[in-house]
Design a protein around this ligand. Structure first.
Ligand code: PEP
Length: 238
């Protein structure tokens, strides 16, 4: 089971350090769960420092570039992340795909480069509401997944775009069906993302093909993030 908190463009260095210091307590109670937090680039170092030595909470970035260095203003490379102690990166989040021109091709390149450098990867896929209404969900997922490499350090996050930040969680049936389909194409752990919170986490995480969650809004509050991690630990222990 893997629970990852995507902080999006929230928490500068000061807040990130404080939050990290609060969740180090999770170490003892989250056995069976890989816990990850994904702060903005500028808060990565403060988060790592706040967690302290020996924490079993890992820090991932929210994106990573495919080149090692070069004239790519605003981008950050895998070696730069590794130098800070970052363990992985999200690629292909729907906010990047929809608002910053990310394509299946660039998502694939980012994932390949991150894996080659030694980072873990959470690669996001998911259909829009229009795709689902047009019964194109499987076709869209197939295209997105076709661009994602297979690797032991890569997990996929199924994040239906209509469920992200909307409070409209996918039903556990929809999540299970999509996860089973994704696994038929790509043998990997599949996280669910889209309005997961402390109340609905248990039901979603209990589905046989749901291997964890990528959590946005509810990961910004230490108490609700902890509650989701503890629900995952209970299910992992069942
Ligand atoms: C996300 O940002 O990946 C996400 C799933 O957000 P939220 O949980 O807020 O829907």
């Amino acid at each position: 089971m893997l629970i990852a908190g995507n902080w999006k463009m929230f928490k500068g260095a000061h807040q990130a350090r404080e939050f990290a210091a609060q969740i180090t307590r999770l170490d003892d109670r989250s056995s069976g769960v890989d816990v990850v937090v994904c702060p903005p680039f500028v808060s990565l170092q403060a988060t790592i420092q706040g967690l302290g030595e020996g924490s079993n909470v890992s820090v991932y970035a929210q994106n990573v570039h495919w080149e090692l260095e070069g004239a790519f203003t605003g981008e950050v490379s895998a070696p730069m992340l590794l130098e800070l102690g970052v363990k992985g990166a999200i690629v292909g989040h729907s906010e990047r795909r929809q608002r910053f021109g990310e394509t299946d091709d660039t998502v694939g390149q980012r994932a390949e480069a991150a894996l080659e450098a030694g980072l873990a990867v959470i690669a996001c896929v998911g259909e829009t509401e229009a795709d689902r209404e047009a019964e194109e969900t499987e076709a869209v997922l197939e295209l997105q997944i076709g661009a994602i490499p297979e690797h032991e350090r890569l997990v996929i996050a199924y994040e239906p775009v209509w469920a992200i930040g909307t409070g409209r969680t996918a039903s556990s049936e929809i999540a299970q069906e999509a996860h089973a389909f994704i696994k038929s194409l790509h043998p990997t752990r599949v996280l669910y993302g889209g309005s997961v919170n402390a109340e609905n986490a248990r039901t979603l995480l209990s589905q046989p093909d749901v291997d964890g969650a990528l959590v946005g809004g509810a990961s910004l509050d230490a108490q609700s993030f902890e509650a989701i991690c503890l629900a995952a630990a209970e299910i992992a222990g069942e």
